[in-house]
Write a protein that binds this ligand. Sequence first.
Ligand SMILES: [Zn+2]
Length: 291
Amino acid sequence: MYIFLALVGIWTVIDLFKGYKKAVNKNIYLFKNLSILSGIILIFFLFGPFFLISPVKIGYSSLKSDCITLFYPTSYETRGQEIFVMTKEAEENVKDFYGNTKNIKVLVGLSNIDMLRFGSHPKANGAGTVFGIAIRESKATSNIIAHEMSHKNLAEISNVKTSAKFPRWFDEGLASYLGKMDYYKNEQDLKDDLDRGMYRKDITEWKGIRGIFQWLNLTFIKPNPRLIYGQTYLMVKYLFDEYGQEKVYDLVLKASQSNFDKAFIEVFGITVNDFHKEFIQYIERSPHKSS
Ligand SMILES: [Zn+2]
């Protein structure tokens, strides 16, 4: 959404400039158009995608700790307190992996329209945005908040300040692992998916901006979120179980400065493809105790 906004912004400026050159009364032209533009920007701050950084938040209250600021609708006082406790819990879980993080802003939305205007997919329960995290009030859990915090931290570590640097399976899998989202799939469920040909063997190829769209497509358009979240959760869990947290963190640090595939070989001594084969063999090794 923010990429789209930036493009619209650039287009608007170019268009304004073209119009200015053609305008007969340049002062009136400038005054009229700049008033409209500042009106739109003001609305974006007060009600739209810049809400999280707006100094004025009508109808919202905030709660603050050392590294968390939570903004919630003032009429949801009790729920706001609850979500604040969840956020602190989430921060503890994520801190164990990433270490101390910068101040993080969390914004509570109530509806699909809220989620959309705060810069997320309207149907998402939580999302990392350029300015912080948006979370849906009715679906808020410490798991989802920790998941989004992981995305945010990973983007923050990366030298390009976006988690697009990391392939989707790793970014989403790590976020789900740190969010302790063990409720999507267990090993036996994934083995059943593998047997039925539903397992996504191509998942390691979803990278960059294109990878983000492939992921969104399977999450919201052709919905199969249980499968891909569960699969990537288990892939990353396997990395933690087999190689240990320190190695995974080492991968994050190395990959954030260079290239993920290269860093992967450096840290684990095998390619991503070989790791994926190894993981699939592990899943095939039946039986897994089902829960
Ligand atoms: Zn995610």
